[in-house]
Design a protein around this ligand. Sequence first.
Ligand SMILES: Nc1ncnc2c1ncn2[C@@H]1O[C@H](COP(=O)(O)OP(=O)(O)OP(=O)(O)O)[C@@H](O)[C@H]1O
Length: 248
Amino acid sequence: MIRALDFHKAYDDTIAVAGLSFEVLPGQVLGLVGPNGAGKTTTLRALSGLIPATRGRLEVAGLDVEQHPIAVKQQTAYVPDDPQLFDDLTVGQHMDFFASVYRVADAETKTQGLLQTFDLIEKVDQRASALSRGMRQKLAVCCAYLYSPAAILLDEPMTGLDPPGIRNLLESVRQRAADGAAIMISSHLLAMIESVCTDVLVLERGRAKFCGSIDAFKARFESAGTPASLEQAFFAATACELPVGASG
Ligand SMILES: Nc1ncnc2c1ncn2[C@@H]1O[C@H](COP(=O)(O)OP(=O)(O)OP(=O)(O)O)[C@@H](O)[C@H]1O
């Protein structure tokens, strides 16, 4: 489970997140959406323990992120939109490294399966520095999945992925959720959010404009008894303006 209680984050004078509370239960996939600068990446980075909260409490698997940083990291996978890899290590060496750090049982079989699924098996001996952007993204996801984390935090995970890569990633998210992981996905791709997420958290200027099921979000902005599309609901909930010509 992932939980935020009155989470605040300020960078000097900039208030990035101002009092956010939500939870993601095992099996739930929470879409984190909002305009640029809304605080999505800040929230994911703080949950992963990379940056401290200014105020409030963050928990993963019942553990306070600040008080139990190592235990939380063992239970959490954070995949940023620009994965930091070890340029001199090959694809296979990355998997070996994660398997060793997280003491993964049956790592070889799991590695083979993941590299096969994400179409990296032929790149197993290639250095990270020689991978394309999409391949780097896929490798970061493979490393994250290897140790079966209880909480999975994906920041703009579709960046650079080809259509089969997108399909495989979405399918893997559904599967990991069905297996009991609590998952958060930050994205501007509302159709993708709608296709894979059970719930949505709409952020604007660091505050929640809505948090709940996608159906409830669309129903809130229904017109004449017809639920809004996710896109219509997003524009209605935020200060973003619907493009001219779009059906509002
Ligand atoms: N390291 C930092 N130092 C100072 N301010 C920062 C830092 N990182 C983010 N911010 C500010 O915090 C706010 C939230 O940024 P954040 O990256 O969390 O937004 P986001 O919702 O992920 O945006 P985007 O959709 O553009 O990725 C913004 O005002 C941003 O300028």
